[in-house]
Write a protein that binds this ligand. Sequence first.
Ligand code: CS2
Length: 488
Amino acid sequence: MLTLKNLGNVESPVHLPDYNPLDIKAGIVHFGVGNFFRAHEALYIDKILKAEPTWGIIGVGLTQGDHSTKKAAMFQAQDCLYSLTECAPSGDRSIRIIAALRDYLLAPQNPQSVLEHLTSPDIHIVSMTITEGGYNINEVTGLFDLDTPAVKNDLQNPTNPTTVFGYVVEGLRRRRDAGLNAFTIMSCDNLRHNGDVARKAFLGFAQARDPELADWIARNATFPNSMVDRITPTVTADIAKQLNTASGLDDALPVVAEDFHQWVLEDKFADGRPDLAHAGVQFVSDVTDYEHVKIRMLNASHIMLCFPAILLGYEHVDQAVKDPALKQNVENFLTRDVIPTLKAPPGVNLQQYMQSVLSRFSNPAMADQTLRIASDGCAKIQVFWTQTVRDLLLDGKDCSRIAFGMAAYLEMLRGVNALGQTDKTSEPAYTAEQEALIRSDDYAAGLKLPAFDAWRDLDSHVLDQRVVELRKVIRAQGIRAALSELPR
Ligand code: CS2
């Protein structure tokens, strides 16, 4: 097993930490210890710990259930060590052990201990990867949703929280009362202006709890925006086995990622930060153009590729992007619908960026899953496509490709692909009533889903009609027939 005690037995080609994990103190609490965080923020932190050993990370999981309990037990058994395998498209691999995570707490098991860390003067940053949909913002009102049961519960029991909002705001309340500094709240999710969204969410919660506290947080905490990027597939049991065979390790929690990674961050830290530039973080005064390019090009084309790819039975992204019709559709989408309304940040050429995205998608070494990309499509469509759809609608432009993407999404939700196989993506946001819209025989019913809420204020009848037509074609003749109907 991979543990601190056994680190001495680890053999080449695995790279060991260049610091002694026992010397590391925590300076960061991170909510949502998923694979992306472990391959991204944790790696950047890992690179600075030798020089700055007070910036280790305490990971916090918020969900209940068997899976979460097992994951926590595995982290604890491995002293929170894990291996990261980085794969280049050429097939070259590099494997390193990350020791930046110095503890892992499952919040439902240890609520007070999570709060104690949040109140510790040693903690200066609270970061999070809680998914695009995790900020509890209602797309129609644009406000933090106070009506969800978990939020209501945390507002009624502020000292016994269950949500990230409840924990962070209670932690800040205790810091204020103890005369401590507020910490930086650093979102690392794929959202446009993730810091502003986090600000809206945490202040929205705090305002409902105690306006004076909200005011203190607004004045003292900071919420830097950032653009984060690294493709990090799901690690299935089979993949874990392959990774361990290649590394020679016995790691219950291996992570695999592409060799590319990028983090562009605003330098707004309430209580200090490590020298992240040393690890490759680009500090800029405004991340807007970087995040638009990343989200509207990479993430938007990921779902544009994978919704239809699932209908065609492709399991992996590299297979899907090698399908000429699917690739052409993504290229047309980017060059005709997205790039014309994007502003390139300094030093970025959008045509080259498109080529690099397509080449990253075609990296076969990672076997990234189409189902991973297509899951939680409801939140992803709103975050990744909205700006493009709004621009197209407002300019009265051809909406065929977005209509195709929406049609493919709605057909995919029905769970049967062109080979007659069933494959269900996970869509945590849909209620039973909305499920009925998905199964309805009326091709227009699905357009009422919240995935499409963010442009409901605009006249979308041409787009909606096209979605209905394309769904008919997909159902009667298949996804390839629908693709061939799109303008060349
Ligand atoms: C993907 C992202 O989940 C998704 O839809 O597009 O996870 C993507 O792999 C990362 O954002 C890459 O940085």
